[in-house]
Design a protein around this ligand. Structure first.
Ligand code: ADP
Ligand code: MG
Length: 348
């Protein structure tokens, strides 16, 4: 892997930037901004033993938990890396074609795509190959926390420690950036998905009710809260699922403080990741972070009270970026367009 000299290439008008997230894929097109934002989900149908892609993105996500047995709904990047290489590639191709508005792939398209900071060389190559097999003549990679920080307008090109916590579906990336690079980072394989799982198991354990992943995600988005509400129980929430005792569909009521309790473990793991980074950075960078605090990005940043919870546990100031779900895509786009950030692009 080598860092490229920005003078070696010139991005033309057909270039795109891809935020290939575990939960959502966003595509940024040079000159147009974000042109696609869809769940990273693929539905595969098997007919007479032959598999074919039934749906991709939004359409496939709607089938989650509701598809007949011959349709499998898969998230190819589930745990922060490409778990299903061929499907990931098919998904990227599908999204690029959708953006291009043509069945045939445009050639000579240069693509900048982000990779998790904790990814191995093999994983990075897999992501690069998926993009180049999608018709790109050249692929550049960018580290996800770097892209998120650029998207959140942090001064990553300066000799100043900027700290960022990006909470995605499969992973949480905690990083300190300075002078175009990562001074220190930790990638925790805990994010929004584990929060959904935690809600599913809490409701099963405490209320003998089986709920699906999509229901758990909806509850998290609407009522998710990082610590116990001050008016002790918080709001009450109706949840529908299947009664594990008699097997019938049923509706129950739970409180928001129960959601806080359910989420305490995954949120605790995120706090732990933040602590590890703070303990391991150089003192000069730590001093910058005392002054500036840190920024939250990614969908998980929108859990109510998470910023306050992190501020309380670390004693630092914490803020949520504008547009936390779009930060990475905007950052990759800016890194592609603005020569000041090109030092952040990696060619391999
Ligand atoms: P990735 O980069 O891994 O694709 P994203 O940054 O797109 O992830 O975030 C997706 C995650 O954020 C999902 O787990 C989703 O449920 C969660 N999320 C989205 N909106 C909210 C919200 N308002 N509150 C809590 N979590 C949210
Ligand atoms: Mg992301």
């Amino acid at each position: 892997m080598s860092y490229i000299n920005p003078r070696w290439f010139n991005f033309g008008p057909r270039n795109i930037a891809i935020d290939l997230g575990t939960a959502n894929t966003l595509i940024y097109q040079r000159g147009s901004g974000i042109v696609l934002n869809e769940p990273s989900v693929v539905a595969i149908e098997t007919i007479n033993g032959i598999k074919r892609i039934k749906a991709v993105g939004e359409e496939a996500k709607k089938m989650m938990g509701k598809a007949p047995t011959n349709i499998e709904v898969i998230r190819p990047l589930r745990d922060g890396v490409i778990a299903e290489f061929e499907l990931a590639e098919a998904m990227i191709k599908h999204f690029i074609q959708k953006v291009n508005g043509t069945k045939s792939l445009l050639r000579y398209q240069e693509i900048v795509i982000c990779v998790p900071s904790g990814s191995t060389q093999v994983e990075r190559r897999a992501i690069r190959d998926a993009a180049s097999n999608s018709g790109a003549s050249q692929v550049f990679l960018i580290l996800e926390p770097m892209a998120a920080a650029i998207g959140a307008d942090m001064p990553v090109t300066e000799a100043f420690g900027s700290m960022l916590v990006d909470i995605g579906g499969g992973t949480t990336e905690v990083a300190v950036l300075s002078l175009h690079s990562l001074a220190y980072s930790v990638s925790v394989r805990i994010g929004g998905d584990k929060m959904d799982d935690a809600i599913v198991s809490y409701v099963r354990r405490q209320h003998n009710l089986l709920i699906g992943e999509a229901t758990a995600e909806r509850i998290k988005k609407e009522y998710g809260i990082a610590s116990m509400p001050t008016d002790d129980l918080g709001g009450s929430i109706q949840i529908k699922g299947r009664d594990l005792v008699n097997g019938f569909p049923k509706e129950i009521t739970i409180t928001q403080s129960e959601i806080a309790e359910a989420l305490s473990e995954p949120i605790g793991a995120i706090v732990e990741g933040v602590r590890v980074v703070l303990e391991n950075i150089a003192p000069e960078l730590a001093a910058d972070i005392v002054d500036q605090g840190f920024v939250l990005t990614g969908g998980g940043a929108m859990i109510r009270g998470l910023d306050c919870h992190l501020a309380r546990t670390t004693g630092l100031s914490v803020s949520v970026a504008n547009n936390p779900l779009r930060c990475v895509a905007l950052g990759i786009g800016r890194a592609m367009e603005d020569p000041a950030y090109r030092g952040a692009l990696i060619s391999m």
